[in-house]
Design a protein around this ligand. Structure first.
Ligand SMILES: [Cu+2]
Length: 175
């Protein structure tokens, strides 16, 4: 009886060990993400934090970028545009639900109210790199600019993370 049970127990132990190893990997990735998150650029009273982009599959002509913007001043500012080196066009998008389907809309002036932090993240607002000349590869840094109505142009670098990085239904399939 004991001998028969042993392989099962071994199986459980092996599985458990595997789970633990995955746990450690995830932890390391989180630490990595944490160090990336420390990147903050300042323009006037605006703080731009943690710009990142998702890696794109071969042949893709569009990509998405994410970041957060904090307005530490007393006046409203707007994100009115920008650029990214590998893209021919740069747009700011919001994701809206229409009849239960996520759709993206371009916005021409994304408001950042005084004291507010606006987060561009998967599933919500994002910047869109249109007309990519080459795919965005994990680990790559994409040079770009963000243009604000009052704060002007700010140089940023989008850190490209894996295709599977923070999941979220972007609704990018429609592009
Ligand atoms: Cu978009």
């Amino acid at each position: 009886m004991r001998l028969r049970k042993l392989p099962v127990m071994n199986g459980i132990i092996i599985n458990f060990a595997r789970l633990t190893r995955i746990g450690v990997c995830a932890g390391a990735l989180l630490m990595l993400a944490g160090s990336v998150a420390a990147e903050t650029m300042t323009a006037g009273s605006l703080q731009v934090s943690n710009p990142w982009a998702r890696a794109t599959p071969k042949g893709a002509t569009v990509g998405a970028g994410y970041l957060s913007i904090t307005n530490k001043g007393r006046e409203l500012d707007r994100l009115i545009g920008g650029s990214a080196e590998p893209a021919s066009r740069f747009e700011v998008h919001v994701t809206v639900m229409e009849d239960g389907v996520a759709k993206m809309r371009q916005v021409t002036g994304l408001e950042i109210k005084p004291g507010e932090t606006v987060e561009l993240k998967p599933g919500g607002m994002h910047v869109m790199f249109m007309g990519l000349k080459q795919p965005l590869a994990q680990g790559q840094r994409v040079k770009g600019t963000l243009v604000f109505e009052k704060a002007g142009a700010v140089a940023v670098e989008f850190v490209v993370q894996g295709v599977g990085a923070p999941a979220g239904g972007d609704g990018h399939k429609g592009h």
